[in-house]
Design a protein around this ligand. Sequence first.
Ligand code: SF4
Length: 249
Amino acid sequence: MRDELNALAADLLAAVGDLQARGALVDLPRAEVDTAPQAAWASLAATSRTEVLVGEGGMRAVRDELGDCSRCDLCKARKNIVFGVGDPSADLVVIGEGPGEQEDLQGEPFVGPAGQMLDKMLENVLGLRRDQVYILNVVKCRPPRNRNPLPEEVDACMPFLRAQLRALRPKLGLVLGSVAYKALLQTTQGITRSRGRWHVWRDPHSDLVLPVLPTFHPAYLLRQPQDKRLTFADLKDLRARYDQEGGRR
Ligand code: SF4
């Protein structure tokens, strides 16, 4: 197992190095300090199942650990924890910022109008149904009045996003919108400047390296349809990379 993981890490690092050499990846600095609340991380780290299991079993372990979470104030008004949906063995993970009203009511991410647009984007450009990818959010509970999650709320929930990514081990990630992009890559750069360029996310607690492509959030595109062409171009790039890396359909 250790040899396989080492070989996988070596392959990934070689691939990343190759892409960086070709200028295809923008490598953001890895955060030196894990800002996640110690209690949340210690709890996850102590759950050896979460560290070892991948796929469906790994995701179940992360969900068990999350429990009826009250690690931040977003628990107070939520109706449902929105953990994520899709194929736990998917090659592509889609990362949004947090649940809206419909998502909170139904307990599933991207089910409102923005979700319908996401489904169309996935099917029409990538040729993938939503059950062929895994869709999740940075925070699992709805922020009141759909405001952006506060830094302390992102920090409280981030250990679970990282644990989900370790369990999924996808080939590629699609990051939707500025909030998710800034939270995941710990940058202040906005989505307008960063979209359409490949970035590398490195898990601070494992050897997981994930190439991610940020683009506009579907909710933004509903308000600013003139920018759909930019996201369309980003998704075409994602499709090419997905096929190149042997992503399954
Ligand atoms: S947002 Fe995350 S950390 Fe906060 S209560 Fe919900 S599940 Fe827990």
